[in-house]
Design a protein. Structure first.
Length: 692
């Protein structure tokens, strides 16, 4: 019959359990209290913390000048990115306005500037082309070019042409969506749906603290992806720069067909367009590389050569009538209205999920990379968890306007800071400047040649192309990292951008697994009181100090066992060839003197009775094992039992508290014994020397 505990003890346990539940309820209630909820809500709006502390006299002028400068730089860049995306140029300006404004409310970085990014724009363009092709195949008899727009009843200034490049517009000043023949989503509707879906995914990333997972998107993976991505951007812009109309290509290996189309149509290049493109490229390269550094010292701020080129291009096209006389393709209609907020078409989210996931991941990885650069350069703290929420909220709220996916950019962030921008208000002033351009200068942009935009984008790709030089630094020392870089780049170029990035990440993770499966191991030898790595290290008395550099997991236990066996085999072979018994050498004095001299130089001389001792003393240094799993612990015990049975004196050196706890919690000490575990190599060697 079981013993029944005293009633007093039972009552005490009941009261203790009840008190614990009360304490848990109290903690939950405190977390759900109005004050706690208010604090949590406010934490999503960092502006409520930094704006009351804003130093108006110190920072206002710098933020104003930085914002205006960023606005000037964003005009040509935004229009060029819109051309890559395949939407009306004004949407590129909207993309530089609304995300920057919303980021002020949610962001913690003082210098990150959100806007379009060439690779994201191309990913968006590929999604638009895919949706267009799918819709055309499903509705072969339906009219194209007229769509349901962004929402019913909204006023639009253009309707994107699905069959064209997405920037053709109607002559009417405005067109009601309800009056349009509905034939599927237009380009900007697809782009806003992508932005909304990617924003929701980024909010989910924030909820699960996924910013820690950005480590899997290593610098080599992202660098290779960006280099591969700009190759796609290059071939997307080379057509407009040469005045060629190329067919839409999509899917894996589409770049091969794009190059084939380019070769087939090369005899049809438009000479006036080529002249303008070549002149624009030469102007930008000479200005940026030679004139720019000198002017920066004179004016103390970067000169916007792209804007200068845009102004020259507009003026020349307008007064020389290049569009009508020489058939130069121009931007065309530029709306001057402020867009009405309209909900994105959520029914597109499921069809765009994989593209949105890739965009969310790439945008997050780039944004975090820029944030880390800014944090290090300007020495202040950035909350990366909040940055994920900021990206998500920016994407969701911006999707109510005609905006395509965004992320941070190095150039935008650096330009604003270079002229004095020091807080998030720089983005506000940049948005105001761009809004003024749309409202008052927009009609002038209608005469901007598309080949000028293509030239601006082609020149802007130079720095991304130059990242290929990182391979020269990686290859001599970090060949696996260089392999990941090359694989990421080639997968992105040869296959497809979305799938290429996915395969590159999988490959990078696979190399990590393989490297943990085959860690390196070393002999250690005592030099000047410090044990260091060497090719063959045997201590006095026949000691072998062996170190395993890597985790001892189920994937690496075979490697560990093989390494121990090979270590002992090398020792035995060395001992058989080097330690010759003295009686075998009698009568050969010169050979004996030479042998003894060599032994002394290598600190391997021992007494004859020690030489005849064939017992192996093996010290296994476990200090470089970051963690050991269940299978690894079993392997340590098995290796110990096997080697003891073979006559090997084996001990372990362990300093990790976590591993020592595992020893205590299991039967390790029952099999191995506490006297076989030491905290330093010196202790293990001395203990073995005493026993021998």
């Amino acid at each position: 019959m079981e013993d029944v505990p005293p009633s007093g003890d039972a009552d005490f346990r009941v009261r203790l359990a009840f008190s614990a539940r009360l304490a848990a309820w109290g903690r939950s209630a405190r977390r759900l209290s109005p004050r706690a909820l208010a604090v949590k809500t406010i934490s999503f709006f960092p502006i409520l913390q930094w704006l009351p502390q804003y130093k108006w006299k110190v920072s206002l002028f710098g933020d104003l000048s930085g914002g205006l400068t960023m606005g000037v730089f964003n005009v040509p860049q935004g229009i060029a990115l819109a051309a890559i995306t395949g939407v009306n140029p004004v949407y590129g300006l909207y993309t530089a306005i609304f995300p920057s404004f919303f980021y002020i409310l949610f962001g913690t970085s003082k210098h990150n500037s959100l806007g379009g990014f060439a690779v994201l724009s191309l990913l968006t363009a590929k999604a638009i082309e895919r949706m267009d092709l799918e819709w055309s195949e499903a509705n072969a008899t339906a009219p194209f070019g007229l769509t349901s727009g962004i929402g019913s009843g909204s006023m639009l200034n253009l309707t994107d042409s699905i069959l064209g490049n997405g920037t053709d517009s109607y002559d009417e000043d405005s067109l009601l969506v309800d009056d349009v023949i509905k034939a599927g989503p237009n380009s900007i509707a697809i782009a806003t749906a992508l932005l909304f879906t990617s924003g929701v995914l980024q909010l989910i990333f924030g909820l699960v603290h996924a910013h820690y997972l950005t480590c899997y998107f290593s610098e080599q993976v992202m660098s290779g992806f960006i280099v591969g991505g700009v190759v796609h951007v290059f071939f997307a812009q080379i057509g407009p720069a040469l005045g060629l109309e190329l067919p839409i290509r999509n899917g894996p290996f589409y770049l091969y067909y794009r190059v084939s189309d380019l070769i087939d149509r090369f005899p049809n290049i438009h000479s006036p367009t080529v002249v303008i493109s070549a002149s624009s490229i030469v102007f930008l390269i000479v200005s940026k590389e030679f004139i720019g550094p000198w002017l920066d010292e004179v004016f103390f701020f970067p000169v916007p050569f792209e804007l200068v080129l845009v102004i020259v291009g507009i003026t020349a096209t307008n007064f020389a009538e290049l569009a009508s006389r020489h058939s130069i393709a121009v931007v065309g209609n530029m709306p001057t209205n402020f867009p009405v907020p309209t909900a994105p078409q959520l029914e597109l989210s499921f069809s765009l999920f994989w593209e949105a996931l890739c965009i969310a991941i790439v945008a997050t990885a780039i944004h975090v990379t820029v944030a880390k650069y800014v944090e290090k350069r300007y020495d202040y703290h950035i909350d990366y968890g909040q940055e994920l929420y900021a990206l998500g909220f920016v994407g969701v709220f911006s999707s109510f306007f005609p905006v395509f996916p965004v992320t941070s950019g190095f150039q935008r962030s650096v330009v604003g800071a270079a002229v004095g921008g020091s807080t998030q208000l720089t983005g506000l002033f940049s948005s105001v400047a761009l809004l003024s351009v749309i409202l008052y200068i927009g009609p002038a942009l209608e005469y901007l040649p598309k080949c000028v935009l293509a030239s601006i984008m082609l020149v802007s790709l130079k720095n991304s192309f130059l990242k290929i030089r990182e391979l020269g630094q990686l290859w001599p020392t970090f060949k696996i990292d260089a392999f990941i870089y090359i694989a990421s780049m080639l997968l992105t170029i040869c296959y497809d951008m979305v799938q290429g990035l996915l395969f590159a990440v999988v490959l990078a993770v696979a190399t990590t697994v393989l490297r943990s499966q085959w860690p390196k191991w070393h002999f250690l030898t005592d030099e000047s009181g410090t044990y260091r790595e060497c090719r063959e290290g045997f201590e006095r008395g026949g000691f072998i100090v062996f170190r395993f550099d890597g985790p001892l997991l189920f994937t690496s236990v075979d490697r560990f066992t093989q390494a121990v066996n090979r270590c002992i085999a090398i020792w035995s072979k060395k001992r058989a060839t080097e330690f010759v018994p003295l009686e075998d050498m009698q009568g050969d004095a010169e050979r004996l003197d030479e042998k003894i001299s060599r032994f002394k130089s290598k600190r391997w001389i021992r007494k004859q009775e020690k030489i005849r001792d064939d017992r192996v003393h093996l010290v296994v240094d476990c200090t470089r094992m970051p963690f050991v799993d269940y299978e690894g612990l079993r392997t340590l015990k098995k290796v110990f039992k096997d080697k003891v049975a073979e006559g090997v004196d084996i001990v372990f050196v362990v300093i990790q508290a976590d591993l020592l706890k595992k020893f205590d919690a299991t039967d390790f000490y029952e099999i191995v014994g506490r006297d076989k575990v030491f905290t330093s190599i010196e202790e293990a060697v001395e203990a073995g020397a005493v026993k021998s």
